[in-house]
Design a protein around this ligand. Structure first.
Ligand code: GCU
Length: 129
């Protein structure tokens, strides 16, 4: 298989900001979600053929409160309030994995905060096929 990494700081960011003040990120930084329901990052991904894919979202949550996010693929909900629990520190990164089906060609993957606390800090999305 192949794995393609899509940095959050290069994605479409709604109610969030790219920052680089916590170590350990990939690329040039990460996205700090605003403290708002609906804050989100949307990646545009490309797959040569339809099929099952593993999505891996790398994140840090230095709080002790879960920061759930809805995950959509091409606008369809694929994970409802997926948990992003505390990682122990803002510079401690973990990955959250889910399996989805992607069509051939271009797809959008969006991670949207569902609570007023906002999302975790998000480093990247990987698509493994
Ligand atoms: C801290 C931390 C940020 C984080 C924020 C939060 O301010 O430095 O990177 O995004 O907490 O609680 O969301």
């Amino acid at each position: 298989g192949s794995t393609v990494r899509y940095e959050a700081e290069n994605a479409a960011i709604t109610l969030g900001v790219a920052e680089a003040n916590h170590a350990g990120y990939s690329g040039t930084g990460f996205v700090n979600y605003d403290s708002a329901v609906g804050s989100n990052v949307q990646w545009t991904v490309s797959t040569p053929a339809a099929g099952t894919a593993t999505l891996r979202i790398r994140y840090a949550n230095g709080s002790t409160t879960n920061r759930p996010m809805d995950i959509t693929v091409n606008g369809a909900l694929v994970a409802d309030e997926l948990s992003f629990t505390g990682t122990g520190a803002w510079a401690t990164w973990q990955t959250r994995t889910l399996t989805v089906t992607l069509p051939a060609g271009t797809s959008t993957v969006r991670a949207t905060a569902t609570t007023a606390i906002g999302g975790p800090n998000v480093d990247y999305l990987e698509v493994q096929r």
